[in-house]
Structures are given as C-alpha cells and as structure tokens.
Write a protein that binds this ligand. Structure first.
Ligand SMILES: N[C@@H](CCC(=O)N[C@@H](CS)C(=O)NCC(=O)O)C(=O)O
Length: 201
C-alpha cells in the first residue's frame, strides 16, 4: 500500500488511521505546492494534483473521507465505526462529514486569503466572513463535546476527519480560549501515538 502524503495536510488523517490499524504502508512524501504533484505521472493518479491519494494494489483512491471509509470497510473489522444499530452510528456519519462539509471550506478561504494571495488580491470581507463562519462551525463541535470525549462514543473515523480539521484550525491560529472542550479534545487526540507518528512522517 502506498500513501501519497504531505505534512500538515489532510493526508495526516489517512496516515493516522493506518497507524491505528497497524497496517504496513509506504509513503511517498511531497511538500504542499510541490511541482512533482503537477507532473503527468502524479496527475494520472489524481488529476487534481492533490494529496492524499492511496494506492492499494490496483486501487487508486483520493478524497480523504473516501479513503478513510475504504480502509475502515476493508480492513478495520468493526474498529472505529459504531455498530449500525447503535444510536452513535448516525452521530458518527454526521461528524465524519462535518469536516469537509462545514469546516474545511472556511479554512480553505482563510488559508488562501492569509497565505497564498498576493497583497493586492487579498479580500478582507471574504476573510472576515470565513473567520466568522469557521468560528460558528467550531462552536458546534465545542457544544457537541460538552458531555463526551470523542465525537461518536469511542474514538472513530469521525475524529480522524473532524478532529483533524479542529486541530488544523488551532494550528492556523484560531483562538480556542473560549472553547475549553475543543482545547481538551485536541490535546487528547494529539496524545495518541498513532497521530503523533502520522503528523511527523
Ligand atoms: N477534499 C479533499 C481535499 C484535498 C486537498 O485539497 N488537499 C490539499 C492538502 S490538504 C492539497 O493537496 N493541496 C495542494 C494543492 O492544492 O496544490 C480531501 O479531503 O482529500
């Protein structure tokens, strides 16, 4: 199995799960913005030139959420997914998809406005709106975590998706002083050896 990975990217989610499941894999490491990810060889495996991509024999799959779901279905033997008849199952699905559906779109705008755009193309209105919306999204996670340690009972794929997005928000400099549950949650997740390893590949 080969994971196409870049530090500080969504590829960490996949490496985290692979580490938790103790699956052996090779990594092909890039830096974000690497020209290698624009070469025809790479575009053949992901026409968008992005990470993560997982190659499992002749299967090539991109989209971090799809890869996580693929690995969980094929290799996890009921780990990290609540049983379908358990009330946590729908909670799991909701928070699994919250990452790419609600948090990352705002994060993407913030990253573009603060890091990638040259000063003359920056748009303060876009940045303010995205920052406000991201804060709203994070408040939803904060409130959900008021009476639980993980998003859907035990540690699950939902934490690998939305937990990772929350950690990325914190790393981006979003203020968590009024979000004690998120602060404790990211600390709890970052203590996991599998996530530590995935973060520092
Ligand atoms: N929705 C996709 C997003 C993939 C994506 O945007 N990846 C970023 C890193 S987190 C990337 O490869 N960016 C490099 C680029 O745009 O050149 C997923 O969840 O995998």
């Amino acid at each position: 199995m080969i994971l196409h990975y870049a530090p500080n990217s969504r590829a960490v989610r996949v490496a985290w799960l692979l580490e938790e499941l103790e699956i052996r894999y090779d990594i092909k490491k890039y830096s974000l913005g690497d020209k290698e990810m624009r070469l025809p060889e790479y575009l053949r495996i992901n026409p968008l030139g992005r990470v993560p991509v997982l190659q499992d024999k002749d299967i090539i799959i991109s989209e971090s959420g799809a890869i996580i779901q693929y690995l969980l279905t094929k290799y996890a033997e009921n780990q990290f997914v609540p049983k379908i008849e358990h009330e946590n199952f729908s909670t799991y699905l909701q928070w699994f998809h919250f990452a790419e559906g609600m948090i990352m779109p705002q994060m993407n705008i913030i990253v573009v406005e603060t890091i990638f755009l040259p000063p003359e193309r920056k748009n303060d209105t876009n940045l303010k709106r995205a920052t406000k919306l991201l804060s709203k999204m994070l408040e939803a996670v904060e409130s959900h975590l008021s009476d639980r340690e993980y998003l859907a009972g035990e540690l699950s794929g939902a934490d690998m998706m939305t937990g990772h997005a929350v950690i990325m928000s914190e790393k981006l400099g979003i203020d968590f002083t009024d979000k004690p549950n998120l602060k404790a949650y990211t600390k709890r997740l970052m203590k996991r050896p599998a996530l530590q390893k995935a973060w520092h590949l």
